[in-house]
Design a protein around this ligand. Structure first.
Ligand SMILES: [Zn+2]
Length: 211
């Protein structure tokens, strides 16, 4: 599956067990790949200034390396989702390995934070026909997105283009908690907040947007 900015309707229809848009007609910001020393603090500070709660789809080995940052994400009232332990493409590993990538992340969060992980997002947006079955067994839901900002290209103009053209009232927006996007993350969030206000949309809390 590869698409620019917004996934096609046909994909959403085929994989309709996955969540592509928010369920409450509000905008959900999501941050993939963290927590990182480079970006997490920047993101938490600006979200707190705006009073926005977001979902962080973290990578297990980053959580392990940066536990205080993961704790801060929780303390600020955000949600943490599973983005595998090692950020491996599910299309490139066996089913057994995929199960292990997901399970080891959940175990880490349970051990360190006594937290039950409910949501999953596949690295690079790549999933297989087995992904839904694996998640169902673990009582988890796959959260995709309706707006990919491509912030990882580190070009603010690209983010502006994506948001201007594809932001809807129920968008699940993907940004990154990583070194790749850290230089434009503040501008990107500011721009999204302005566009949301201009269009009369509102931000929602992850728990409500993903109900
Ligand atoms: Zn990722």
């Amino acid at each position: 599956m590869n698409y620019t900015y917004s996934p096609p309707l046909i994909i959403k229809k085929i994989f309709n067990d996955f969540q592509w848009d928010s369920t409450n007609n509000k905008i959900l910001l999501t941050f993939d790949d963290g927590p990182t020393k480079e970006a997490t603090e920047i993101i938490l500070t600006i979200l707190s200034q705006y009073g926005i709660k977001a979902a962080f789809f973290c990578v297990g080995n980053n959580v392990e390396k940066n536990q205080p940052l993961a704790k801060e994400i929780f303390d600020e009232g955000h949600l943490i989702g599973n983005h595998t332990f090692n950020h491996k493409r599910l299309t490139k590993i066996s089913n057994t390995d995929a199960v292990e990538e997901i399970a080891s992340f959940n175990s880490l969060l349970k051990d360190k934070f006594n937290y039950e992980v409910k949501y999953f997002r596949p690295p690079h947006g790549r999933f297989t026909i087995s992904t839904q079955g694996i998640l169902e067994k673990k009582n988890m839901r796959c959260v995709m997105w309706s707006l990919l900002t491509e912030d990882y290209k580190n070009n603010f103009e690209t983010v502006k283009f994506a948001v201007k053209n594809y932001l809807k009232k129920n968008s699940i927006v993907v940004l990154h908690d990583s070194i790749k996007s850290k230089d434009i993350i503040n501008n990107s969030i500011n721009f999204i907040v302005d566009e949301v206000a201009k269009k009369g949309y509102t931000f929602g809390d992850p728990a409500e947007c993903l109900k």
